[in-house]
Design a protein around this ligand. Structure first.
Ligand code: AMP
Ligand code: MG
Length: 338
């Protein structure tokens, strides 16, 4: 059982998309529990209402397991944090309802956390980085961000679909099969190893922003025309990863920061890690990638960001705890970052 500290605990609830997760952390940043329950649609993509139903069904079990893992009681909690946005409405609302109910029942404060800020903060905590350029690539987000003047600024982002979504949709269109718990991105990664030929695909970097939908359509069309699956997986990865790596490199060059943090579900990809590591080294910057349990959507990141916010005077009264579906990273003041 983890050691207790005297300052109390924060419980964080993550529910922006397909994952419902509860994390419990100490005010010093020890992670006592990080329980994740992923919704797997029987077929096709995530339907927000189906995912929200999953979250409501598992909430109790996930909370219970988190308390057990952490070895603490409900009354030991000092604050409840929840992901307030951005994300899918029904999913966010389910997590917010659980968080409000818990906070009111226990008579403790509530803190609404920005999901993207949380990805960066848990990244900094777990990799000991201080001021990184972050490449956050997941099923729902593709963002290159760095801190400047009180906020995390978006240096580049996708103009349409997220990188992870591009890989997932390609895999589904190709009729690929996943093992239970295996993400489609990992299936594409495996097949890409058998790629022998780089097929030209649309490379769309516009200024510092990126677009993946044309690339996806082109790859799907070429597959239907009979191009080899492994070659397409390889080419899709090479093209899409070069795009995010190029934007990350320019952000690094512009900001002259000395750390690069790679996070989000797609960060698990070894080829992407290799590419981002190369540009970090070229700029004499330290390359850090988060272990998967903290790179994917997780409750610990919400709990930890809740601690940072709460200890800097941020609380969210219940009447302001409505969910923010399009809450942008740069809208959030982060007084804990200097
Ligand atoms: P998240 O949205 O952070 O929960 O991450 C899920 C996304 O990460 C999905 O789009 C997955 O397909 C993707 N993903 C997971 N593992 C890998 C991998 N090894 N390579 C590429 N993408 C991956
Ligand atoms: Mg997820």
């Amino acid at each position: 059982m983890p050691t207790r500290t005297i300052d109390g605990y924060c419980l964080g609830i993550e529910s922006t998309a397909d994952d419902f997760s509860v994390g419990i952390v100490t005010f010093k940043g020890e992670i006592l529990a990080n329980v994740i329950s992923a919704y797997m649609p029987p077929e096709g993509g995530i339907h927000p209402r189906e995912a929200a139903r999953h979250h409501a069904e598992v909430a109790n079990k996930v909370l219970e397991e988190a308390f057990q893992k952490a070895g603490i009681k409900r009354k030991d909690l000092k604050v409840i944090a929840f992901s307030q946005g951005p994300g899918l409405g029904p999913c966010l609302r389910t997590g917010a309802t659980v968080a409000r109910a818990l906070a009111s029942y226990l008579g403790i404060p509530l803190v609404g956390v920005n999901h993207c800020v949380a990805h960066i903060e848990i990244g900094k905590l777990k990799t000991n980085t201080v001021d990184p350029v972050t490449l956050y690539v997941s099923g729902g987000n593709t963002i290159v961000a760095a801190f400047d003047s009180g906020r995390y600024r978006v240096f580049g982002e996708t103009l349409d679909i997220a990188l992870g979504n591009c890989l997932d949709v390609f895999a589904r269109e190709a009729g690929l099969r996943q093992k239970p718990g295996e993400p489609f991105g990992a299936v594409v990664e495996k097949l890409a190893k058998g790629g022998r030929r780089l097929i030209p695909l649309p490379y769309a970097v516009k200024g510092m922003d990126m677009s993946f939908s044309g690339l996806l359509t082109a790859a799907v069309n070429l597959l239907k025309k009979g191009e080899r699956l492994e070659d397409l997986c390889y080419s899709l990865q090479e093209t899409a990863f070069s795009m995010v790596t190029e934007v990350t490199e320019r952000a690094l060059s512009h900001t002259e920061k000395k750390e690069v943090l790679l996070t989000g579900g797609v960060a698990a990809n070894k080829r992407l890690q290799e590419m981002v590591k190369t540009i970090a080294e070229e700029h004499d910057a330290k390359f850090c990638v988060l272990p998967s349990q903290f790179a994917i959507d997780n409750g610990a990141m919400i709990a930890w960001t809740g601690v940072l916010a709460f200890t800097h005077g941020v609380v969210t009264p219940i009447h302001e705890s409505f969910v923010r579906l399009r809450w942008r990273l740069e809208e959030v003041e982060v007084p804990w970052v200097k």
